[in-house]
Design a protein around this ligand. Sequence first.
Ligand SMILES: Cc1cc2nc3c(=O)[nH]c(=O)nc-3n(C[C@H](O)[C@H](O)[C@H](O)COP(=O)(O)OP(=O)(O)OC[C@H]3O[C@@H](n4cnc5c(N)ncnc54)[C@H](O)[C@@H]3O)c2cc1C
Length: 450
Amino acid sequence: MSRFRRCIYTQGRVKAAPEQIANRIQNLLGDASITYDAELAERINGQRNPVVVVMPQTQEQVSAILCVANEERWTVAPIGGGTHLGAGNVPRPIDVVIRTEMMNRIVDYSPSDMVVCAEAGVPLPILSGILEKERQMLPIDPICASRASIGGIVSVSASGPMRASYGTLRDMTIGLKTIYPDGHLVRTGGKVVKNVAGYDMTKLFVGSYGTLAFLSEMTFKLRPLPLYRALVIVSGMHSDCLAFVQSIIHSQLVPSRTEALYGSFGIDAFGHEKTWCVAVDCDENQIAGQFQANALGKLADRFHLSSITIEGPEEVGAFWRRYQQKLELSQLVIRFAGRPKTLMDVSEKFRAFSAELGIDTCFSVSVTCGIGRVFVQGAKIDANERFVRMCRDLVEAEGGTAVIENGSVMLRQSVDSFGQVKNGFHLMKGIKKAIDPNQIMNPGRLLGGI
Ligand SMILES: Cc1cc2nc3c(=O)[nH]c(=O)nc-3n(C[C@H](O)[C@H](O)[C@H](O)COP(=O)(O)OP(=O)(O)OC[C@H]3O[C@@H](n4cnc5c(N)ncnc54)[C@H](O)[C@@H]3O)c2cc1C
């Protein structure tokens, strides 16, 4: 643990105005870019005061900002791509936003070790482009991936359909550099895959929503790009699609994504958009990929489903890009989790709720992972609120969870984003208190208003 700046803690201070905060940071950092942003403040929590936005270039600068913020009890929100501000609970008033755009260096990339270390502000598509040149990838495909920063995706532990075979960022992130609210720089994990003795602190920060510390650098283990890609899409009745998916789960096939979709996803081949379809990706070498695609086609015939096969990385990539583009326009996203074999039935019940409320919904269900998402476009706040409550009551009654992954400030002010607080919450509060005793980091954003 190293210390960049020593802090003086004082109690009972009166909060400074944005101009005073900006001046103080300007004096501290000299040439760093500092602005005010009222629109961003509105998006974060609907607050009237603009936030002071700082764009540091180095960890030392972040440390200095956090140190003075902690000393003065200014609240801080780190922001990367800014695509996920509608997630989590609405934070309490924020004074300072630390944007990560200027912290955008690839610190170390060793293709032969299949490990990359990069700064928080590196956009995911830029990182992917660099890795692709070495035929490697960070296998992660959340919605809004085209605008997300790697600091943001790690902070929210973003995932998409690829989670089914490649796991989550908690598995892929093997090391972090974090800057604690008191300015300490803390390293967790490292650059080798087995690098933890004791508690695995890296996993603690993945999915912490910026409520513990600023994540400045992250090290990921990588996977090779598949040699061949085929995508089989089947379509038909809900019950037949469900039986098809169940058969995949019990077969020896190893698809990289098995996503049950409902809604219009640009799959014109079937000519009927309002039915279920299942998109199954085979990332393999050519022989194994074609074998799997053929086997899936036969399985589709068995269940009387229409099927098409798309081959080639470009064509398959184009399908998933269309999928992303459609879903990133959603005003409300609810992620629900439960027993894998029940999720498509749960989705049907959600569909009935949405019909009752006059809401337009799309579904994307990673059946093999036990995770589904419902995407709502353009409904009124009160309908959305009722919809969230109805969905949550249903899944919680069956032991599952329903979390708002994206929603308006107004909606999240009236419905908690995470739902019931479970056992072990006191431990989470303890961790927050130990790392951020003055509650300056995104206060209120996480579960239970942490
Ligand atoms: C319509 C819609 C649909 C979505 N669907 C999905 C989905 O299906 N699956 C999924 O996983 N995600 C989903 N997301 C979320 C998406 O994955 C995120 O938008 C993205 O990963 C966040 O990246 P970002 O750089 O924009 O983060 P930001 O929006 O900038 O930040 C997100 C959070 O991380 C914190 N943060 C950012 N950078 C740092 C840092 N360096 N240190 C500490 N904290 C930091 C912020 O304070 C904030 O709390 C969806 C979002 C939208 C808008």
